[in-house]
Write a protein that binds this ligand. Structure first.
Ligand SMILES: Cc1ncc(COP(=O)(O)O)c(C=O)c1O
Length: 331
């Protein structure tokens, strides 16, 4: 790879650093869907002035597909629900996804087929302001849309349980930056919380609302089990309305025979509940065994959390006929 050099007032500036070149070469031949066509990752070029890069004016999704080696099948999980949410996020951002939900699902299946994935995969559709202009706004902008997919393992630990801290950063309130829309710019808040937690020696952050109630993890929704009832923050506590959250609520009721309450959760309930878990497409179901250096329940992975994991992983891999409608077979 050639590195172009620019001499500027005696300073040598690498316009394409070796590190950047190496990074962009990670998946050079991956098929991507970009602005109406299938192409190769390395052929896509984004301008330095791209609006979304400067102002966070984009919205996106994170979808998983699970490889089932016995079936030799890739199962695309909850794609219609993710694309419905993308349409809603786009509406908040004064954007329009240029395809119907059904078309988006079909494009995703086609993309996965082209890449011939035989492993678990993470899929990233992103709609963004692509105008190359200075000026912060939502109106009078051009938009681009792509779908990109990569092989992907666990995002956070799911077996032995994770240790969390309550973040000193608060969740973006609906009055400022609606968390229910999956907006690229609002992930700077998640990044602040995640890095604070990891660099303080924890695995993940749990973030409170501005008024001090539990909202969610940096990229996960929260459930706690207390006195036999599962509780999760309501959609009005500045959460992303998680696709996994809905699936877990259904499993708790139908498979565990327990009830789920959507109500605000106080910070200290995290210290006094019996079980705690984080869930999301990336995180899947991640048991929390410690919060702010306080044991959760027995300090071990909770019995009901484990049961939920077992049912969930069978379902997402297409091993559970009862939950066949959760996934779409790709091949
Ligand atoms: C902030 C936030 N909350 C919750 C979730 C979980 O949402 P889902 O289950 O739809 O992946 C995510 C996942 O991306 C997230 O980023």
């Amino acid at each position: 790879m050639q590195v172009a050099l620019t001499i500027k007032t005696g300073v040598v500036v690498e316009t394409k650093s070796k590190a950047a070149a190496k990074k962009s070469a990670t998946h050079p031949n991956t098929w991507v869907f970009y602005d109406g066509e299938f192409g190769r990752y390395h052929d896509i070029r984004l301008g330095l002035m791209t609006h979304a890069l400067h102002y966070g004016t984009g919205c996106f999704e994170g979808i998983r597909a699970y490889w089932n080696p016995k079936q030799e099948q890739l199962h695309l999980l909850q794609a219609p629900a993710h694309y419905t949410r993308l349409q809603r996020s786009a509406n908040v951002m004064r954007m329009t996804v240029p395809y119907s939900t059904e078309e988006l699902v079909n494009l995703t299946v086609e993309l996965l087929r082209r890449n011939q994935f035989k492993s678990d995969v993470y899929i990233r559709p992103l709609l963004y302001a692509s105008s190359e202009e200075i000026g912060v706004r939502l109106h009078n902008l051009e938009h681009s849309f792509f779908i990109y997919a990569i092989p992907f393992g666990n995002y956070v630990e799911i077996e032995s349980g994770i240790r969390c801290m309550v973040s000193s950063w608060r969740r973006v309130p609906d009055q400022s930056l609606p968390a229910r829309a999956k907006i690229t710019g609002s992930y700077a808040q998640s990044a602040l919380a995640k890095s604070e937690a990891v660099e303080s020696g924890f695995d993940e952050a749990i973030v409170l609302t501005v008024d001090g109630h539990v909202s969610e993890g940096s990229a996960e929704n929260v459930f706690m089990l207390k006195d036999g009832v599962f509780v999760t923050p309501p959609v009005t506590d500045d959460i992303l309305e998680g696709v996994t959250r809905t699936l877990i609520m259904d499993l708790i009721k139908s498979e565990l025979g327990k009830s789920v309450l959507e109500r605000s959760i106080d910070r200290t309930e995290l210290y006094t509940c019996d079980e705690l878990l984080l869930c999301g497409t990336g995180a899947q179901i991640s048991p929390v065994i410690e919060v702010d250096r306080r044991r959760v329940g027995t300090g071990k992975v909770g019995e009901f959390t484990q049961e939920l994991q077992s049912i969930y992983f069978d379902a997402v891999r297409g091993d559970s006929p009862k939950f066949k409608d959760w996934t779409i077979p790709v091949y």
